[in-house]
Ligand binder design. Sequence first.
Ligand SMILES: Cc1cc2nc3c(=O)[nH]c(=O)nc-3n(C[C@H](O)[C@H](O)[C@H](O)COP(=O)(O)O)c2cc1C
Length: 230
Amino acid sequence: MMKAVVFNGSPRMERGFTSRLLSPLLKGIQSVGCDTELFYTSTISPRPCSCGTMHCWDKEPGICCINDSLQPIYQKIKESEILILAAPVYIPLPGEMQNLINRLCPMIDPVLAIVDGRTRAKMRAGWKTEKIVLISTGGWWEKENFDTLIRIVREIAENANIVFSGAIIRPHVHLMFDRGKPTDEGKEILLKVEEAGQELVRKGTIDDALLNFISRPLVSHQRFIETWNS
Ligand SMILES: Cc1cc2nc3c(=O)[nH]c(=O)nc-3n(C[C@H](O)[C@H](O)[C@H](O)COP(=O)(O)O)c2cc1C
């Protein structure tokens, strides 16, 4: 059975907006026969990459020398075809998610090639990861708030020569909910996120039309500013 390993980097964990978007994605993924395993970076609390020597490339290839609670989870990443990173925008991302991302270096085999003018490596043999997905929520109105985070995740995919399957982003996410419950538009979006999960497993990527529906504006920019300031 195909597997997806999932990291939610929201410090608000299951109470957060990121979790509210992530849940239907995982439901969709599971409904088409892919297993998921979810970890919260706030629970794992990965220590920063601190050896400063690329130990996982040069000294013990594929092995991180930092002995913390991430160690047993490397095996889960190794066995999963899909890696899902979920995070709120935190100009640009929460620190524990950044620590996790830095600690993904062991998965990369530094056999270098020039691809479209950039220096790229590849996924290490024995690691099943083929695809990476970002799912993110933000408070402000425009999609550009996600650009840095998307760039970071795309870079991981391209450095490891794996597929970046798409970025599911939801700006002004709070407007999907009214007193904690999804609005009618919010419900529609959550259903589309579930569909995105199914598409990810079936096709390996998520259609732009679906991604655009999920991230579409719920109010005008001007109205957003007025409501925010009132
Ligand atoms: C420290 C911090 C920085 C943030 N920076 C941004 C930002 O640059 N752009 C944005 O759209 N939202 C920003 N937000 C809002 C969060 O991304 C938004 O509320 C998100 O949905 C929170 O997800 P969560 O409930 O899962 O933690 C920030 C929030 C915090 C706490």
